[in-house]
Design a protein around this ligand. Sequence first.
Ligand SMILES: [Zn+2]
Length: 312
Amino acid sequence: MSAYTYIDIPFNFRYTCWFCGEPSSRSFDLPKNPNNQRFLEHDPMSIPACSECAVVTVASDVSSIWAVRDQVKRSMMDKYSDHLAIGQNWTEEELKESEFSGALLGGFGESAWAMYLIAKDRVSYQGWPVALDSMLVEGDDESYGFEFDGVRYMSLNTCLEHLIKALRLDAELLPSLVDILGPDRLTYALRIAKLNKAITAYQRNKILDEIRQQQDDQDDMLEQAKYAGQFHGIEEVAIGDGLATISSIQWALKNDIKSLEYLCQQEDAFFDEFAHLGGPQCYMNYYGLQLYFEARQNPVWVAEHDPNLSWW
Ligand SMILES: [Zn+2]
């Protein structure tokens, strides 16, 4: 029995938890204590929920179903952070190939990937539009969330918090990197953070200085190129788990390096040129450029995906 009017449930979603998409057997009554109706921006409501989501504790002064959803998802992410981390630590192929998956993954064993997919789907699930007696309940649904690596998080901050916890990263490095690089470069920031899990404050500052310097250099180079009218409009290329940066691609063009084979011969020249970025960053930039050249060997890929098509 529910305490209030149920939200409208489309036929296809009968018996579905609005929060996570699992089968629903209970209801989430909003507010749980009728005395707290005064905090709500909309009418009280009952929401179909699974047994897990139905019992999540939310703040008594919660103001809307959207705020409740945030808190339910947060609790889900805390509970399943180990499962979610599987997808960030391994690919499905790596898990399949791993000869020691049992030992490596502890209790997860062979079902690790399936558990990751279930947790990912539940966290990312977005329910259906909320209406009471056919009247749509207005909300901030549009602005909901930040998507990374196929998982939808409530916000960029929630995503970062989760990654730090699940991957046991340094708590300050990743957010600082994202401040410098921007959320669009989270994949890149995460790679640096994974390489530098246990660091001192001194090391952290050093890394951040290097990244700042790298950004400045990239901006400088862009400026120079713009000024000279040369290589202006080059775009960085994210490919696989690598990134061919603008400055790397410009370097290749400047030096007339247009094949993977020739790039490999010029590896030392690349490391000389970008030594100031520091070892790990320099290596990652080279790796990204290699992946880009490799992809460029496929004419179909070039035609469909190369943003710098006209430069080569
Ligand atoms: Zn649920």
